[in-house]
Design a protein around this ligand. Structure first.
Ligand SMILES: NC(=O)c1ccc[n+]([C@@H]2O[C@H](COP(=O)([O-])OP(=O)(O)OC[C@H]3O[C@@H](n4cnc5c(N)ncnc54)[C@H](OP(=O)(O)O)[C@@H]3O)[C@@H](O)[C@H]2O)c1
Length: 331
């Protein structure tokens, strides 16, 4: 069997055209790792940020310190995968050859390839039979981000009003469903084209940003989830009730600093600003599987591309107007 595999490399930061199909060495699993033959990966907003070194305002230097100053340190991008285990390291006990799995590889990335190695103890889980490989790869980025921010950080409670800005994206479509499952009253903000989609995922109310400005409605919410990048702390306080929570899934570096200095008060109004980088946990996969099996979580797939069409997929995702997720057929 060949020890080479096909992968999409990102040798430099730049436009989608920097992505190149390559033949590279197939990885070998360490003692505590499994080797997965990938069937599907996804292209996420985060992948486009890394490829284009297009980080939120002020994050350029910190992001480059982590990801590579002049070019990406990890040449193979892609952080979600579904596939079949081809071999396991000597110390692996819970997964075996032939298992259908899905998971996330974090900053190590490497999922734009035919094979990936990943630690048994990291965010990898057995894929339920009723969840397709495409859906499995698609649900992870938005799903785990929504669980981290809405369930773990914001600790959303039954009956709370939750406004989700960018309700039709990967994070937004998952956030609606996570918030509904936590018992919230959900208000989704999206464009006209996505109103029906957002309603179909359970949003109680939809605000079409092409027709109405959320700041002119004068409504106040318990929690505001920002996934677009146009609600700053200064603006967000107008949307929140006293003691409300502003969940900045995307924020500027200035707001990151402001949030830590604010001591929870903006111009005399007490609000809590929550932000950071979503974690990837096995528990999140378990939670998503539970919801999916109870028909409480739908995976939205907008478009599917082949591995060879990776640059096209990046161009599409980079528009910032995909609905839900974009999947790559690796095989
Ligand atoms: N902090 C973290 O750990 C973390 C984790 C994941 C993602 N993120 C960040 O979160 C952001 C969202 O990610 P994503 O993957 O969900 O992006 P995405 O899938 O590209 O979705 C963006 C959505 O925003 C909507 N949108 C665009 N302009 C809008 C506006 N003015 N008002 C309301 N909605 C608008 C688009 O819908 P229309 O087509 O209807 O306009 C689109 O569906 C990205 O910036 C990403 O980097 C951060």
């Amino acid at each position: 069997m060949s020890d080479l595999m096909k992968a999409v490399a990102c040798p430099n930061y730049g436009p989608p055209e920097v992505l190149q199909i390559k033949e590279i060495k197939k990885p070998i699993p360490k003692k505590n790792e499994v080797l997965v033959k990938i069937k599907n990966t996804s292209v996420n907003s985060g992948d486009c940020r890394v490829r284009g070194a297009n980080f939120p305002p002020g994050f350029d230097i910190p992001a480059r310190l982590i990801l590579g100053i002049f070019k990406p340190r990890q040449k193979i991008l892609g952080s979600t995968f579904s596939g079949v285990i081809e071999s396991v390291g000597d110390e692996v006990t819970t997964l075996k050859k032939g298992d259908e799995v899905f998971g996330m590889s974090g900053v190590k990335m490497g999922a734009y390839a035919e094979y990936i190695t990943i630690k048994e103890k990291s965010a990898i889980s057995i894929k339920p039979k009723n969840l397709s490989f495409e859906e499995a790869a698609a649900m992870l980025f938005g799903g785990s981000t929504a669980i981290y921010f809405l369930k773990d950080l914001a600790d959303i409670k039954e009956g709370q009003t939750v406004l989700i800005n960018g309700a039709s994206g990967a994070v937004g479509t998952a956030a609606i469903q996570i918030a509904k499952n936590l018992g919230a009253h959900v208000i989704g903000v999206c464009s006209t084209a996505n109103v029906e989609l957002v309603k179909s995922l359970g949003a109680d109310e939809v605000i079409d940003y092409k027709k109405e400005d959320i700041f002119n409605l004068n409504n106040k919410y318990d929690v505001v989830v920002e996934t677009v990048g146009n609600i700053s702390i200064k603006k967000g306080k107008y949307l929140l009730k006293e003691n409300g929570k502003l969940v900045l899934v995307v924020s500027s570096f200035a707001d990151l600093l402001r949030a830590s200095l604010l001591k929870h008060s903006v111009d005399g109004k007490r609000i809590q600003v929550l932000q950071g980088t979503a974690l990837e946990k096995k528990d999140y996969l378990t939670y998503l599987i539970e919801l999916f099996n109870q028909n409480k979580f739908k995976v939205i797939i907008d478009k599917t591309f082949s591995l060879d069409e990776m640059a096209e997929a990046h161009k599409y995702v980079e528009t910032g107007h995909k609905a839900g997720n974009v999947v790559i057929n690796v095989i």
